[in-house]
Write a protein that binds this ligand. Structure first.
Ligand SMILES: C[S@@+](CC[C@H](N)C(=O)[O-])C[C@H]1O[C@@H](n2cnc3c(N)ncnc32)[C@H](O)[C@@H]1O
Length: 201
């Protein structure tokens, strides 16, 4: 862990941020002055964190937390001023409500940015499916994915004290979720949505 005074800078938690792919897209777009205002904390596990720490060992703006080694990591940042970012993560977490409420109740973030969130437009209930994941060289793996109905995230976060600031959607790759075909028609029509929620005043 690098040393820093966390109360001096706004913390951005990139939860499920791998080894820092999003940070490396963001970094060149910001001036040194903008970068100096926040500390970017990437939460992931195992080899991704090891690799990320190595790639970013000379970058004082970014650090990594291993959520398996430090399962109670949100407790460490209870008094911090912070925002959350999650890209393509919530549909892979086994219990998304418990996962989100554990983080939000400790961190009390000012902003929550959620991107690449798949909304199943005709679904009425939360369910799960098996995603076939092509890993290259025709290797196919499987992942359990949560299938979220339209409006679920907005209403859940509103009940937690957040308000929707903006949302933008684009047609999602339903075939990417069900390579072999989905036999539940109500879950076929997918939109990938990016949201910004703010703490309600
Ligand atoms: C589909 S990848 C998304 C990676 C990256 N955010 C992106 O947009 O490309 C999902 C990531 O979530 C991570 N993940 C899964 N469960 C998690 C948890 N409980 N806490 C933090 N990260 C988690 C995985 O290790 C993986 O890196």
């Amino acid at each position: 862990m690098k040393s820093y005074a966390s109360n001096e800078r706004h913390l951005i938690f990139d939860i499920g941020g791998g080894c820092g792919e999003t940070y490396r897209c963001l970094n060149p777009k910001l001036s040194p002055e903008q970068l100096s205002k926040f500390l970017y904390l990437i939460v992931d596990s195992g080899p991704l964190v090891v690799m990320g720490r190595e790639i970013h060992k000379h970058d004082a703006q970014v650090d990594f937390l291993d959520y398996v080694e430090e399962a109670d990591w949100p407790h460490k940042y209870v008094d911090s001023e912070n925002s959350l970012f999650m890209s393509s993560v919530l549909h892979y977490v086994p219990h998304p409500e418990a996962f989100l409420s554990g983080i939000i109740s400790n961190l009390r973030p000012e902003n929550i940015f959620i991107s690449r969130f798949p909304v199943h437009l005709d679904a009425r209930n939360i369910a799960f499916g098996i995603q076939n994941v092509k890993l290259g060289s025709n290797v196919v793996g499987h992942a359990v994915v949560n299938l979220f109905p339209s409006g679920w995230l907005e209403s859940w976060l509103t009940n937690q004290g957040f308000e929707l600031s903006s949302a933008e959607g684009f047609d999602g790759p339903s075939q990417a979720y069900f390579e072999a075909g989905c036999n539940w028609p109500i879950y076929i029509d997918v939109k990938l949505v990016s949201y910004h929620f703010k703490k309600a005043v």
